[in-house]
Design a binder for this molecule. Sequence first.
Ligand code: AMP
Ligand code: GLY
Length: 413
Amino acid sequence: MKILVIGKGGREHALALAASQSKLCDQLYCAPGNPGMAKIGKLVNIDDSKIDELAEFAQNEGIDLTIVGPENALADGIVDAFESRGLKIFGPTKAAAQVEASKDFAKGLMKKYNIPTADYQTFDNFEDAKAFVLEKGAPIVIKENGLKAGKGVTVATDLDMALEALNIAFEIEGNSVVIEEYLEGFEFSLIALVHGENVYPLECAQDHKRVGDGDTGPNTGGMGSYSPVRAITQDLVDTAMESIMKPMAKALCEEGCPFTGFLYGGLMVTKRGIEVIEFNCRFGDPEAEVILCRLTSDFVQNILDVMEDKTPELTWTSKTSHGVVLASTGYPASSTKNAPITGVEDVDGLVYHMGTKMEDDTLLTNGGRVLMVVSLADQLEEAMAHTYAEVEKVKCDKLFYRHDIGRKDLKNA
Ligand code: AMP
Ligand code: GLY
């Protein structure tokens, strides 16, 4: 089969690696890909936002299956464009991608179908939003509508912080915000392969969203992760499947926009039970990097089975994976580019490229999150120690990383 992976980050590198290891994969293409993906597939120089050009390429090249990484392409209708040409693509339509692209749509569905989540209200103007925040008090959570790469959420611990977030949100004309009750608990990510009402969970992972050690500083796209999550028992996964993931897939069918693809549940174990923090319409990043390297079954076969309404045979290594993101100085507020990176070849483990470019044989930083180093070991402790030793081998004076990825699970072990 000819397989095309859309996207250029670490998640797509992980999707591409898993696809390349499939018996069914004869030729892998990555559009536009990155220097890491260049080692496993053929790079196609079409940006992931150029939907029509991508569909044209897939048709001319006779691509048998396309796997989509980024939410923007999905929210812009890449699946609709491919399907209208009769091309096989694994991802949600534009309508189903609203589960991530519109916080208001997602919260509305959760309310309508009794899927547990924080109480909320949506506002399209500063004055009403401010009045609501003053009435409710802090802590309170402000979420801008639309796709924000994990950065449009403010967990405001005091009123000043909440009002500042509203000020920033309403600087953008036509913007709206969802204001949510603050929830407390243990977070984890549950990603499922979905086709209509059929929902198959992958192994869980835990992301670390804040930029600083000890969960301090602003939210990011994610600074590191590990899988499995010992604190999340099979019972909790079963509960999440029955009360959240399956009802959401069913709700999307009932609303006339059935979901196909990776449905991401950002979940929290609270005092009231498991509740939804957010849904995403694609694989998580940095979750893909630690989950897919544990999959021992044939990833492409698994996807094809799901699309044909057959139960996929998902098998996993019992080893724990652990990964640390190296991000550019200044991330998430800003990021530096073009800083040379050396030592990647010396790392004993997996190195996923998240934001790099190659110029004249020199690897350079090219974005906020740059690289992710992942190791596998029998226990989390071992994997953690290994990753942190290997991260030291990557040399670049414009990169930093968190030092405590995985610590929370150790406390829960
Ligand atoms: P989101 O992009 O919606 O996943 O939010 C990013 C992060 O903000 C989450 O991973 C949580 O850590 C935090 N967060 C979001 N919503 C809430 C909430 N209602 N209560 C507490 N923390 C939240
Ligand atoms: N790691 C969080 C996300 O992919 O949204």
